[in-house]
Write a new protein. Sequence first.
Length: 370
Amino acid sequence: MAHQWRGLLREYAERLPLEESDPVVTLLEGGTPLVEAPAISKRVGARVWLKVEGANPTGSFKDRGMTMAVSKIAATDTQMIACASTGNTSASAAAYAVAAGLQCVVILPAGKIAAGKLAQAIMHGARLVQVDGNFDDALRLVRKLTETYPVALVNSVNPYRLQGQKTAAFEIVDALGDAPDIHILPVGNAGNISAYWMGYNEYAGQKAVTTMEESYRNLPAVATHVPQMWGVQAAGAAPFVAGHPIDNPETIATAIRIGFPASWDFASRARDDSKGLITAVPDEEIMRAQQIIAGEAGVFVEPASAASVAGLLRAAEDGRVPRDARIVCTVTGNGLKDTKTALAALPDGGMQAEVVAPDTHEVAELLGLK
Ligand SMILES: *Cc1c(COP(=O)(O)O)cnc(C)c1O
């Protein structure tokens, strides 16, 4: 009999730092599709799968970390969670606050924010506070607020978030029967690449850097090896490629528009220890990749997510993709979050101008039907 996925905390309980007494705050996140992409495989001469994280409850992988972090917070007396975010973190935090019966505060820089990106947080009843400053000011403020008052921080510096996020690597190994040869994903604050690296290492029974001491280290290995980790940044926001923080990061892919990544050391080790790399691609290639993923794989992703495939396509052009390698690209968020940017990248904004009479024959003729 078919059964419903129970959410990653229950499915992977033995590998997560959850106590018996902790409540499970879940929207049944995780268990996302690993979709084979034959057209992209053909383009790069390898075997490619997409890990479709836009299928999570709020439309991005942030839900994996949020179910873990908010469950730990719900085990305490704290009544309020807070984050500095203008996008997917705020959407996820707000939704899990609802599930936990907590209040949620989203701190954001004043003025620079389009309401569209915050629609989810607003609908989930989060309290929005705009501060007169930039994103770094907002993050500094939220850290101070959570150190001083009974408010819990759910930005990715919360170590439980990466613990939840590592389960995506488990799901991939469980689906493929072993780890892929190469794993490619977009890099912003670099928490996700760190979390995957942690997950792959745990499943291979190898010791790796981790965000916390775990008691579940002695479980049997599931995978025979770990993949190379390939991170992809946007060219205008590529501190890892530059080798130092970037002051004014700029890219159309807002979810990875980050100049000062929080998980710098952890991600650098993931890259080096896995013999992987972190590269950068220009915005045009990101938008082109978004179109290829939608048009050739049937998956609509947001621009930041397309960076993974853009990086793969670029690597193939440069002759750096090993023939027949097994490659997983994480596509991190749902394209429906920002349809405006997607359409604006198409000729004529994607809108076809043809108007015909409401006549079957005319429509058939237009479509070339005989
Ligand atoms: C948060 C996010 C990223 C960046 O992940 P990091 O862990 O910050 O590197 C990429 N894509 C989407 C859709 C995101 O929401």
